[in-house]
Design a protein around this ligand. Structure first.
Ligand code: NAD
Length: 253
């Protein structure tokens, strides 16, 4: 039955950046579909653990600074220690720096690329190695952006990183499809989270953005639940290298 294909009962999902915004929303969605969650965080302890447990699922928090490659390797190890396996990786952690390109600093370049692209790649690699070892296949979902498709303004390192995320998602999908590993992306539109706080608080930009969204509202973390469960489930087994926009129609405008 097709509805059974969306069931994630007993699957183990690693979600980076699980303590806030979209990562928290996706963790809850995956748990509602039955997945056990290994939530990666770097600052405040995630509050979604209790909610996930009350859904009848399980939550383990893994503290790691993804700017540090040594800590990235430990994420998959810690998940296997907790649950015995890994089935799903959601590469959601990401940062943004806003500064005109003419003045853009080396630090604002490196910081963003290190998290949004380097950490994402090495987490993909660590998860895929585990999937191959388990002979299980697996699902990787990389969080891209509207700026995987468009240029944006004042965010050169973010646009470069998110365009890289979409390209890398295609590349890894080609390399690993034969191992039954699906690598896909989700490109959120303008979502009301910390990442977009500066835009939400800018009366001119926020009004302009809202005017251009056909759905006539900013997105919420809950809006990603359907897409993430679909791409994490066997319902999407023949989808490889695709980045799915969840944007209230922004891109088709
Ligand atoms: P957010 O700032 O709430 O989430 C980012 C998460 O990444 C946080 O939980 C943060 O702790 C984590 N993180 C940052 N640096 C880290 C590090 N060094 N080590 C470990 N974790 C780290 O914002 P969000 O909107 O929920 O962003 C989630 C993802 O969605 C990001 O990749 C972002 O680029 C992407 N995105 C957001 C929007 C939007 O409109 N909000 C749109 C497109 C894409």
């Amino acid at each position: 039955m097709i509805r059974d294909a969306f069931n994630l009962q007993g699957k183990v999902a690693v979600v980076t950046g699980c303590a806030t915004g979209l990562g928290q929303g996706m963790s809850l969605g995956l748990a509602e579909a039955g997945a056990l969650i290994a939530g990666v965080y770097n600052k405040s302890t995630p509050t979604c653990g209790d909610e996930i447990t009350s859904l009848g699922s399980r939550f383990v928090g893994i503290k790691a600074d993804l700017a540090d490659l040594a800590q990235i390797e430990k994420v998959v190890e810690a998940t296997v220690e907790a649950y015995g396996r890994v089935d799903i990786l959601i590469n959601n952690a990401g940062i943004i720096r806003r500064q005109p390109a003419l003045e853009f600093t080396r630090k604002n370049w490196d910081d963003v690329l290190d998290i949004n692209l380097r950490a994402l790649f090495f987490l993909c690699q660590a998860a895929a190695k585990r999937f191959v070892l388990q002979k299980s296949g697996g699902k990787i979902i990389n969080i891209a952006s509207m700026l995987s498709f468009q240029g944006g303004i004042l965010v050169p390192s973010y646009t470069a990183s998110k365009s890289g995320v979409m390209g890398l998602t295609r590349e890894l999908a080609c390399e690993w499809a034969s191992e039954n590993i699906n690598v896909n992306g989700i490109a959120p539109g303008y979502m009301a989270t910390e990442n977009t706080r500066a835009l939400q608080e800018d009366p001119v930009r926020s009004k302009d953005i809202l005017k251009r969204i056909p759905a006539n509202r900013w997105g919420q973390p809950d809006d990603l639940r359907g897409a993430v469960v679909f791409l994490a489930s066997s319902a999407s087994d023949y989808i490889n290298g695709h980045t799915l926009a969840v944007d209230g129609g922004w891109l088709c405008r």
